[in-house]
Design a protein around this ligand. Structure first.
Ligand code: 2AM
Ligand code: CA
Ligand code: CA
Ligand code: CA
Length: 267
């Protein structure tokens, strides 16, 4: 499979940052860690990886703007193009020695996501997608799973930690979905959850209060793998709402319907 120039740029940045993360993962106990808010950790590893990605992408495409989790917005001379970067998605897993974390890089052109790369350095799994060009895991073309019944589906989600709010909504959603599915999974990296939906490993995924850097690359991966993505109301407003629901057409529709159910009345 021949990769386009822009995907090559993104892959190079992700792999270089991945080598830095892999080194830090090997001696995670020596990393400086700080709290951004209750339950919300950031480490030197996150910042180093972000600096590498920022330097690589700026060198390859001078002038493009950035939205990054740790450094925020960096405006470039080119208002048409914006990189959306999460240098380490799954920091909590990383700091606990759990090898489920990823780098997520997306490119927007005129407000539309046109390319996405997600890389899990611990498993050496590289996911790439470009608008109209399909989605890939390493060199293999991806397709979302074919299961159409929620009762057969394995569905991923995220569970909010202390300080992140919306615990009541999350419990209600969990209760509604767990009564209707074959299994629920909680990986701890929203970017990888979406990559797993694109790869057909999970049939669906939903989560609340996410940021654009958690989901931008995953959205194009799922869509290019033939899947559907929206917020919980079925709208194309994931960045504004912070909500995401993903799956093949049938599972996506069933999840949107189930997540919209009101709380059961107390007997
Ligand atoms: P992170 O590891 O990059 O911080 C897990 O449920 C997902 O939620 C991960 O993608 C994680 O990204 C993200 N996350 C962690 N802390 C968060 C917070 N305070 N608000 C919103 N999302 C968060
Ligand atoms: Ca974080
Ligand atoms: Ca994240
Ligand atoms: Ca992060």
């Amino acid at each position: 499979m021949a990769r386009s120039a822009i995907i090559n740029v993104m892959v190079q940045a992700a792999m270089k940052a991945g080598r830095s993360l892999a080194r830090d993962f090997g001696e995670v106990q020596n990393l400086q860690v700080s709290l951004k808010g209750p339950g919300d950790y950031v480490s030197q590893a996150d910042r180093k990886a972000e600096d590498i990605i920022h330097a690589e992408l700026s060198r390859a495409r001078p002038g493009y703007s950035f939205l990054m989790e740790e450094s925020g917005t960096v405006e470039g001379d080119d208002p048409q193009h914006r990189w959306i970067v999460d240098p380490l998605d799954g920091t909590t897993n990383f700091l606990h020695g759990i090898p489920i974390f990823s780098i997520s890089i997306a490119l927007e052109r005129q407000g539309q996501i046109v390319a996405g790369v997600i890389y899990n350095p611990a498993m050496d799994e590289l996911y790439t997608a470009e608008r109209g060009g399909g989605a890939f895991l390493n060199d293999r073309r991806l397709r979302v799973a074919a299961r159409t019944k929620l009762s057969d589906a394995v569905v991923g989600t995220g569970i909010p930690h202390l300080g992140r709010g919306h615990h009541g909504t999350a419990l209600l959603d969990l209760r509604n979905v767990m009564g209707e599915t074959a299994g629920i999974r909680r990986l701890g990296s929203a970017a990888l959850d979406l990559a797993y939906v694109a790869a057909g490993r999970m049939d669906g995924f939903w989560e609340d209060t996410l940021s654009p850097w958690d989901i931008a690359a995953g959205i194009i991966l799922v869509r290019e793998a033939g899947g559907f993505v929206s917020d919980k109301s079925g709208r194309d407003k994931m960045f504004d709402s912070g909500q995401i629901v993903a799956g093949n057409e049938a599972i996506h529709r069933a999840l949107v319907k189930t997540l919209g159910k009101p709380a059961a009345k107390k007997a």
